[in-house]
Design a binder for this molecule. Structure first.
Ligand SMILES: Nc1ncnc2c1ncn2[C@@H]1O[C@H](COP(=O)(O)OP(=O)(O)OP(=O)(O)O)[C@@H](O)[C@H]1O
Ligand SMILES: [Mg+2]
Length: 261
Protein backbone atom coordinates (compact mmCIF):
# COMPACT_ATOMS: atom_id res chain seq x y z
CA UNK A 1 0.00 0.00 0.00
CA UNK A 2 1.46 3.33 -1.17
CA UNK A 3 -0.66 5.80 0.60
CA UNK A 4 1.06 9.17 1.02
CA UNK A 5 0.39 11.47 3.86
CA UNK A 6 1.53 15.09 3.70
CA UNK A 7 2.81 16.89 6.68
CA UNK A 8 2.89 20.66 6.15
CA UNK A 9 5.42 22.81 7.91
CA UNK A 10 3.90 25.95 6.53
CA UNK A 11 0.69 27.01 4.66
CA UNK A 12 -0.15 24.94 1.61
CA UNK A 13 0.57 26.26 -1.87
CA UNK A 14 -3.13 26.85 -2.49
CA UNK A 15 -3.56 28.72 0.75
CA UNK A 16 -0.59 30.94 -0.06
CA UNK A 17 -2.03 31.70 -3.47
CA UNK A 18 -5.36 32.55 -1.87
CA UNK A 19 -3.62 35.18 0.23
CA UNK A 20 -2.84 37.15 -2.91
CA UNK A 21 -6.26 36.75 -4.43
CA UNK A 22 -7.89 39.83 -2.81
CA UNK A 23 -5.06 41.99 -4.16
CA UNK A 24 -5.48 40.62 -7.67
CA UNK A 25 -9.22 41.20 -7.44
CA UNK A 26 -8.78 44.77 -6.16
CA UNK A 27 -6.32 45.52 -8.98
CA UNK A 28 -8.78 44.23 -11.58
CA UNK A 29 -11.54 46.39 -10.07
CA UNK A 30 -9.24 49.43 -10.04
CA UNK A 31 -8.26 48.90 -13.70
CA UNK A 32 -11.93 48.69 -14.63
CA UNK A 33 -12.62 51.84 -12.66
CA UNK A 34 -9.86 53.76 -14.42
CA UNK A 35 -11.00 52.52 -17.84
CA UNK A 36 -14.61 53.52 -17.10
CA UNK A 37 -13.45 56.97 -15.98
CA UNK A 38 -11.36 57.48 -19.12
CA UNK A 39 -14.24 56.38 -21.35
CA UNK A 40 -16.64 58.69 -19.51
CA UNK A 41 -14.42 61.76 -19.63
CA UNK A 42 -13.59 61.06 -23.26
CA UNK A 43 -17.25 60.91 -24.22
CA UNK A 44 -17.90 64.10 -22.22
CA UNK A 45 -15.15 65.99 -24.08
CA UNK A 46 -16.37 64.58 -27.38
CA UNK A 47 -19.87 65.81 -26.58
CA UNK A 48 -18.58 69.28 -25.62
CA UNK A 49 -16.63 69.40 -28.88
CA UNK A 50 -19.72 68.48 -30.85
CA UNK A 51 -21.70 71.29 -29.18
CA UNK A 52 -18.99 73.87 -29.92
CA UNK A 53 -18.50 72.79 -33.48
CA UNK A 54 -22.22 72.35 -34.22
CA UNK A 55 -23.18 75.72 -32.79
CA UNK A 56 -20.38 77.49 -34.64
CA UNK A 57 -21.23 75.83 -37.93
CA UNK A 58 -24.90 76.65 -37.57
CA UNK A 59 -24.15 80.31 -36.74
CA UNK A 60 -21.88 80.68 -39.78
CA UNK A 61 -24.48 79.00 -41.92
CA UNK A 62 -27.34 81.20 -40.69
CA UNK A 63 -25.31 84.40 -41.08
CA UNK A 64 -24.48 83.50 -44.66
CA UNK A 65 -27.92 84.10 -46.14
CA UNK A 66 -28.67 87.64 -44.88
CA UNK A 67 -25.06 88.55 -45.57
CA UNK A 68 -25.18 87.73 -49.24
CA UNK A 69 -28.47 89.58 -49.51
CA UNK A 70 -26.94 92.64 -47.82
CA UNK A 71 -24.00 92.53 -50.22
CA UNK A 72 -26.38 92.56 -53.16
CA UNK A 73 -28.21 95.55 -51.69
CA UNK A 74 -24.99 97.50 -51.28
CA UNK A 75 -24.13 96.85 -54.91
CA UNK A 76 -27.53 98.23 -55.83
CA UNK A 77 -27.04 101.31 -53.59
CA UNK A 78 -23.73 102.01 -55.27
CA UNK A 79 -25.58 102.57 -58.52
CA UNK A 80 -27.79 105.20 -56.84
CA UNK A 81 -25.75 108.41 -56.95
CA UNK A 82 -27.79 110.07 -54.18
CA UNK A 83 -27.07 107.32 -51.64
CA UNK A 84 -23.45 107.03 -52.67
CA UNK A 85 -23.00 110.75 -52.07
CA UNK A 86 -24.33 110.52 -48.53
CA UNK A 87 -21.61 108.00 -47.68
CA UNK A 88 -24.16 105.38 -46.73
CA UNK A 89 -22.76 102.70 -49.00
CA UNK A 90 -19.31 103.13 -47.55
CA UNK A 91 -20.52 102.68 -43.97
CA UNK A 92 -22.68 99.74 -44.95
CA UNK A 93 -19.67 98.22 -46.68
CA UNK A 94 -17.66 98.44 -43.42
CA UNK A 95 -20.40 96.73 -41.45
CA UNK A 96 -20.60 93.99 -44.03
CA UNK A 97 -16.81 93.49 -43.76
CA UNK A 98 -17.24 93.08 -40.00
CA UNK A 99 -20.06 90.57 -40.47
CA UNK A 100 -17.94 88.67 -42.97
CA UNK A 101 -15.15 88.53 -40.40
CA UNK A 102 -17.52 87.10 -37.80
CA UNK A 103 -18.82 84.52 -40.25
CA UNK A 104 -15.25 83.52 -41.16
CA UNK A 105 -14.44 83.02 -37.46
CA UNK A 106 -17.45 80.83 -36.82
CA UNK A 107 -17.04 78.83 -39.97
CA UNK A 108 -13.35 78.20 -39.18
CA UNK A 109 -14.06 77.12 -35.63
CA UNK A 110 -16.76 74.81 -36.94
CA UNK A 111 -14.41 72.93 -39.25
CA UNK A 112 -10.84 71.70 -39.37
CA UNK A 113 -9.10 75.03 -39.94
CA UNK A 114 -6.41 75.44 -42.57
CA UNK A 115 -3.15 76.73 -41.13
CA UNK A 116 -0.86 78.90 -43.22
CA UNK A 117 2.57 80.36 -42.57
CA UNK A 118 1.95 84.04 -41.89
CA UNK A 119 4.11 86.93 -40.77
CA UNK A 120 2.91 87.41 -37.22
CA UNK A 121 3.79 91.09 -37.05
CA UNK A 122 1.57 91.90 -40.03
CA UNK A 123 -1.34 89.83 -38.77
CA UNK A 124 -1.21 91.28 -35.25
CA UNK A 125 -0.73 94.81 -36.56
CA UNK A 126 -3.81 94.46 -38.77
CA UNK A 127 -5.91 93.34 -35.78
CA UNK A 128 -4.59 96.19 -33.66
CA UNK A 129 -5.32 98.77 -36.37
CA UNK A 130 -8.87 97.50 -36.36
CA UNK A 131 -9.14 97.54 -32.55
CA UNK A 132 -7.38 100.82 -31.75
CA UNK A 133 -10.14 103.18 -32.96
CA UNK A 134 -12.71 101.11 -31.08
CA UNK A 135 -11.17 101.47 -27.63
CA UNK A 136 -10.37 104.41 -25.37
CA UNK A 137 -7.94 106.85 -26.95
CA UNK A 138 -5.93 106.77 -23.72
CA UNK A 139 -5.08 103.10 -24.17
CA UNK A 140 -2.18 102.61 -26.55
CA UNK A 141 -1.41 99.27 -28.15
CA UNK A 142 2.05 98.63 -29.58
CA UNK A 143 3.39 95.65 -31.50
CA UNK A 144 7.07 94.72 -31.34
CA UNK A 145 9.02 92.09 -33.19
CA UNK A 146 12.30 90.75 -31.79
CA UNK A 147 13.71 90.09 -35.25
CA UNK A 148 12.09 90.90 -38.58
CA UNK A 149 9.97 88.34 -40.41
CA UNK A 150 8.93 85.91 -37.66
CA UNK A 151 6.35 83.51 -39.06
CA UNK A 152 4.13 80.77 -37.65
CA UNK A 153 1.48 78.42 -39.00
CA UNK A 154 -1.81 80.05 -38.10
CA UNK A 155 -5.41 80.36 -39.19
CA UNK A 156 -5.83 84.10 -39.63
CA UNK A 157 -9.51 84.57 -38.69
CA UNK A 158 -9.09 82.47 -35.54
CA UNK A 159 -5.76 84.01 -34.55
CA UNK A 160 -7.30 87.50 -34.95
CA UNK A 161 -9.99 86.41 -32.54
CA UNK A 162 -7.35 85.36 -29.97
CA UNK A 163 -5.50 88.67 -30.15
CA UNK A 164 -8.76 90.62 -30.02
CA UNK A 165 -9.92 88.75 -26.90
CA UNK A 166 -6.60 89.18 -25.09
CA UNK A 167 -6.50 92.90 -25.92
CA UNK A 168 -10.12 93.41 -24.87
CA UNK A 169 -9.41 91.76 -21.53
CA UNK A 170 -6.33 93.95 -21.13
CA UNK A 171 -8.40 97.07 -21.83
CA UNK A 172 -11.02 95.92 -19.32
CA UNK A 173 -8.29 95.46 -16.70
CA UNK A 174 -7.44 99.16 -16.97
CA UNK A 175 -9.44 102.08 -15.77
CA UNK A 176 -9.48 103.84 -19.11
CA UNK A 177 -5.77 104.66 -19.30
CA UNK A 178 -2.87 102.35 -20.01
CA UNK A 179 -0.59 100.57 -22.40
CA UNK A 180 -0.65 97.18 -24.06
CA UNK A 181 2.45 95.66 -25.64
CA UNK A 182 2.38 92.72 -27.98
CA UNK A 183 5.85 91.19 -28.22
CA UNK A 184 6.66 88.63 -30.88
CA UNK A 185 9.85 86.64 -30.30
CA UNK A 186 11.57 83.38 -31.13
CA UNK A 187 12.16 80.67 -28.55
CA UNK A 188 14.16 77.47 -28.63
CA UNK A 189 13.35 74.50 -30.89
CA UNK A 190 11.32 76.41 -33.45
CA UNK A 191 8.97 77.92 -30.90
CA UNK A 192 7.46 81.36 -31.35
CA UNK A 193 6.23 83.45 -28.45
CA UNK A 194 3.52 86.08 -28.60
CA UNK A 195 3.37 87.95 -25.30
CA UNK A 196 0.50 90.31 -24.56
CA UNK A 197 1.40 92.57 -21.65
CA UNK A 198 -0.82 95.15 -20.00
CA UNK A 199 -0.34 97.48 -17.08
CA UNK A 200 -3.83 96.89 -15.74
CA UNK A 201 -5.01 95.71 -12.37
CA UNK A 202 -3.49 92.22 -12.49
CA UNK A 203 -4.95 89.08 -10.92
CA UNK A 204 -4.81 87.48 -7.51
CA UNK A 205 -3.91 83.82 -6.96
CA UNK A 206 -7.46 82.48 -6.91
CA UNK A 207 -8.35 84.25 -10.17
CA UNK A 208 -5.14 83.02 -11.76
CA UNK A 209 -6.12 79.42 -11.13
CA UNK A 210 -9.49 79.87 -12.79
CA UNK A 211 -8.93 82.27 -15.71
CA UNK A 212 -9.30 79.58 -18.38
CA UNK A 213 -12.36 77.95 -16.83
CA UNK A 214 -15.59 78.45 -18.78
CA UNK A 215 -17.88 80.86 -16.97
CA UNK A 216 -15.22 82.40 -14.73
CA UNK A 217 -15.60 86.16 -14.79
CA UNK A 218 -15.14 89.07 -12.43
CA UNK A 219 -17.05 91.43 -14.70
CA UNK A 220 -20.63 92.56 -14.36
CA UNK A 221 -21.36 91.96 -18.03
CA UNK A 222 -18.86 89.20 -18.68
CA UNK A 223 -19.61 85.72 -19.90
CA UNK A 224 -16.31 84.26 -18.85
CA UNK A 225 -15.94 82.70 -22.27
CA UNK A 226 -13.22 84.86 -23.85
CA UNK A 227 -10.21 82.98 -22.46
CA UNK A 228 -11.90 79.58 -22.82
CA UNK A 229 -12.24 80.31 -26.50
CA UNK A 230 -8.69 81.62 -26.72
CA UNK A 231 -7.30 78.48 -25.07
CA UNK A 232 -9.34 76.29 -27.34
CA UNK A 233 -8.19 78.08 -30.48
CA UNK A 234 -4.53 78.05 -29.46
CA UNK A 235 -4.38 74.48 -28.14
CA UNK A 236 -6.86 72.52 -30.24
CA UNK A 237 -6.61 74.38 -33.54
CA UNK A 238 -2.95 75.41 -33.50
CA UNK A 239 -1.40 72.73 -31.26
CA UNK A 240 0.10 75.59 -29.27
CA UNK A 241 0.01 76.61 -25.64
CA UNK A 242 -1.26 79.60 -23.70
CA UNK A 243 -0.21 80.50 -20.18
CA UNK A 244 -0.36 83.45 -17.84
CA UNK A 245 3.33 84.27 -17.85
CA UNK A 246 3.04 86.68 -14.97
CA UNK A 247 0.43 88.70 -13.16
CA UNK A 248 0.96 91.12 -10.33
CA UNK A 249 -1.94 92.85 -8.60
CA UNK A 250 -2.03 96.56 -9.49
CA UNK A 251 0.93 96.20 -11.86
CA UNK A 252 -0.24 94.16 -14.83
CA UNK A 253 -0.48 90.85 -16.58
CA UNK A 254 1.35 89.03 -19.37
CA UNK A 255 -0.29 86.26 -21.36
CA UNK A 256 2.06 84.11 -23.45
CA UNK A 257 1.05 82.17 -26.54
CA UNK A 258 3.51 79.53 -27.71
CA UNK A 259 3.25 78.48 -31.36
CA UNK A 260 5.43 76.49 -33.75
CA UNK A 261 7.04 77.88 -36.87
N1 LIG B 1 -5.40 91.00 -18.73
C1 LIG B 1 -6.10 90.73 -17.64
N2 LIG B 1 -5.89 91.42 -16.48
C2 LIG B 1 -6.60 91.13 -15.37
N3 LIG B 1 -7.55 90.18 -15.29
C3 LIG B 1 -7.81 89.47 -16.40
C4 LIG B 1 -7.11 89.69 -17.62
N4 LIG B 1 -7.58 88.83 -18.55
C5 LIG B 1 -8.54 88.11 -17.94
N5 LIG B 1 -8.70 88.47 -16.65
C6 LIG B 1 -9.62 87.89 -15.67
O1 LIG B 1 -10.09 86.66 -16.16
C7 LIG B 1 -11.52 86.64 -16.22
C8 LIG B 1 -11.98 85.76 -17.37
O2 LIG B 1 -11.68 86.36 -18.63
P1 LIG B 1 -12.53 85.96 -19.91
O3 LIG B 1 -12.03 86.74 -21.06
O4 LIG B 1 -12.53 84.48 -20.02
O5 LIG B 1 -13.99 86.41 -19.54
P2 LIG B 1 -14.58 87.88 -19.42
O6 LIG B 1 -13.65 88.86 -20.08
O7 LIG B 1 -14.89 88.13 -17.98
O8 LIG B 1 -15.93 87.77 -20.23
P3 LIG B 1 -16.06 87.63 -21.82
O9 LIG B 1 -16.72 86.31 -22.03
O10 LIG B 1 -16.89 88.76 -22.22
O11 LIG B 1 -14.68 87.65 -22.41
C9 LIG B 1 -11.91 88.10 -16.31
O12 LIG B 1 -13.21 88.32 -15.81
C10 LIG B 1 -10.84 88.77 -15.47
O13 LIG B 1 -11.17 88.71 -14.09
MG1 LIG C 1 -12.85 88.56 -22.03
Amino acid sequence: MYDYQYVYYKNSYLLRQLQYYPYVQLTVIAVFGVLAYIAFSYSKTAEQNRVWVGLAKETAHQLGTPLSSLMAWVEYFKSEPKLAEMGITEELGKDIKKLEMITARFSNIGSVPILKQERLYDVVQATISYLQPRISTKVRIEVHEESPGITAAINKPLFDWVIENLCKNAVDAMSGIGKIDVNISKGSEGKVYIDVTDNGKGMNKSSLKRVFQPGFTTKKRGWGLGLTLVKRIVENYHQGKIIVKSSVVDEGTTFRIVLRT
